[in-house]
Design a protein around this ligand. Structure first.
Ligand SMILES: [Ca+2]
Length: 511
């Protein structure tokens, strides 16, 4: 153990030796923890160095290199905290940046790690701020590289492993050590909170490092990260033909037709498709009869739409398409620019090591199989055996949007079924609940209720044993809530009781 000054003891000595005025000042000072922020600078950590420590006053934090934003400093409401920056080098080629924020007072005795998005190599300050506001000690990593491209991984397999899972686990181990040093004890509860790539990271943690967390939030998880890249490149290849692209007007026409065909399948005409599996929409029904028109699709566009809904099947690998009802969120060229970019990067830098590799070279027969080789496959979080995490009492809260255009929610429902089979006989609901929100886009937004308290729900489950039987979500228009609705544990859906407003959650039950 390293030596450190105890603020509390120092305060007492001063108070005992000098005047009553000093005692009053000492009492008004923030409660002291085991170490001062400054003392963490000399903390010795294996394969890591403390780069800087800083006691940040309440409201004083501004994002490094960040823009002020329209509303001024988005961090102005942050309480005082001790900010620690580390570099971890678990391999010769590693350069993992980590930040840990420790509340200087009113610590809730818990730790919350936050995740990243896409190929992002950056500290997630906004998510850390959310955790800090709730009293958490929190941390984030740049996953071992800088920037939003996968080019870091080319000919750097150790950096690819850092991205895949090692940076996250390193962050957790280091964060717990620092929390221990600062507060003089381990966090009472530790949580992961992430969406998209952060959901994939969540599942790598659950699958590989079951002792890291007591509870895990996995939002819109990129479980089959590499498979999703294959699906993305397959669609991008189809869209290289200009005639196959859809405008926003076409997407609106398509969405209107899908909703007309399938809205009532879940028992309620509310504009939302709560059970896309029951939807048997055939895009051919809106194919133009006499030439092109804004409210119908050409034959080439019909083929695009069919491909987006359908799974990519390749040599035993089946990668799901997007769900019916997600059409309004297919933006660029009738699909998703972000999905295209992440998929292209995956093939360039993790499969072919060729920055010049182009989408036109994609071979849907052979290329998807190549994704499982080497570090490409290491990124995937497809192992459905979560026993080790569950046996420790770990709780997994997974959520997804049925209208997600980036990562198919069908990947989450399939994984849930696989995990259930792997547990064989035991009640998976004690450990793993999946909430799929009708009409929700990627990690939030969309036509359906999509705003809900994830961390509060997990706290209740882990700390009070209250497993979520439903979560009330809200939808807002121009800042005003216009619909609330329960999200239900899959495979249940929110079912209307038959009376009262369909915009109020109280008039629905999960079944
Ligand atoms: Ca409906």
């Amino acid at each position: 153990m390293h030596q450190m000054m105890n603020d509390g003891a120092r305060g007492s000595r001063l108070g005992a030796g000098i005047s009553g005025l000093v005692v009053a000042i000492a009492l008004a000072a923030p409660p002291a923890y085991s170490a001062t922020c400054d003392s963490l600078k000399s903390l010795s950590l294996p394969e890591a160095t403390v780069d800087s420590v800083q006691l940040v006053a309440a409201g004083a934090f501004t994002q490094p290199g960040g823009r002020a934003g329209r509303g001024g400093n988005a961090f102005a409401d942050l309480p005082a905290f001790c900010r620690v920056a580390l570099t971890a080098k678990p391999s010769n080629d590693s350069d993992i940046k980590i930040e840990i924020w420790l509340p200087a007072e009113n610590w809730n005795s818990k730790y919350q790690a936050v995740g990243n998005g896409a190929w992002t190599g950056a500290i997630g300050y906004a998510a850390m701020a959310d955790a800090l506001r709730r009293g958490y000690a929190t941390s984030s990593t740049d996953t071992g590289h800088v920037g939003g491209s996968a080019s870091f991984a080319m000919n750097h397999p150790e950096k690819a492993i850092d991205f895949a899972y090692r940076s996250e686990h390193e962050m957790v181990v280091k964060s717990k050590a620092i929390i221990n040093a600062f507060y003089g004890g381990a966090p009472k509860y530790s949580y992961w909170n992430g969406c998209s790539a952060g959901g994939r990271q969540a599942m790598k943690e659950a699958e590989m490092f079951p002792a890291d967390f007591d509870g895990i939030i996995a939002g819109s998880p990129g479980l089959d990260w590499s498979g999703r890249s294959a699906q993305a490149v397959r669609i991008a290849q189809i869209l290289e033909n200009e005639a196959a692209r859809l405008t926003q007007t076409h997407l609106q026409a398509l969405h209107t037709a899908v909703v007309a065909a399938c809205d009532a399948n879940d028992g309620l005409k509310d504009g939302l498709i709560s059970n896309p599996a029951s939807c048997k929409f055939d895009p051919k029904t809106i194919q133009c009869k006499n030439g092109d028109a804004p409210d119908c699709l050409s034959a080439a566009q019909v083929e695009t739409v069919k491909a987006i809904y359908s799974p990519l099947k390749s040599r035993g690998r089946e990668i799901p398409g997007l769900a019916y009802g997600s059409e309004l969120n297919w933006t660029d060229l009738g699909w998703s620019q972000s999905a295209r970019a992440t998929g292209l990067d995956h093939y360039r830098y993790l499969v072919y090591n060729d920055p010049e590799w182009t989408i036109s070279k994609f071979n849907p027969e052979t290329d998807p199989a190549k994704l499982e080789q080497g570090v490409s496959g290491d990124i995937d979080a497809r192992n459905p055996d979560l026993k080790a995490f569950f046996v420790r009492g770990g709780k997994l809260l997974m959520y997804h949007g049925w209208a997600d255009p980036q990562i198919s929610p069908l990947g989450a429902t399939t994984y849930y079924e696989q995990a259930k089979r792997t547990l064989s006989g035991t009640n998976i609901g004690n450990s793993f609940r999946l909430f799929v929100a009708p009409g929700m886009a990627h990690c939030g937004g969309g036509e359906g209720p999509n705003d809900f308290d994830k961390i509060g729900t997990l706290e209740q489950w882990v700390e009070k044993g209250a497993a979520p039987n439903m979560i009330v979500a809200s939808h807002a228009k121009a800042g005003a809530v216009d619909r609330t609705r329960p999200l239900c544990p899959y495979p249940q859906i929110a079912t209307y009781k038959g009376t009262g407003s369909i915009d109020e959650a109280a008039n629905f039950v999960c079944k």
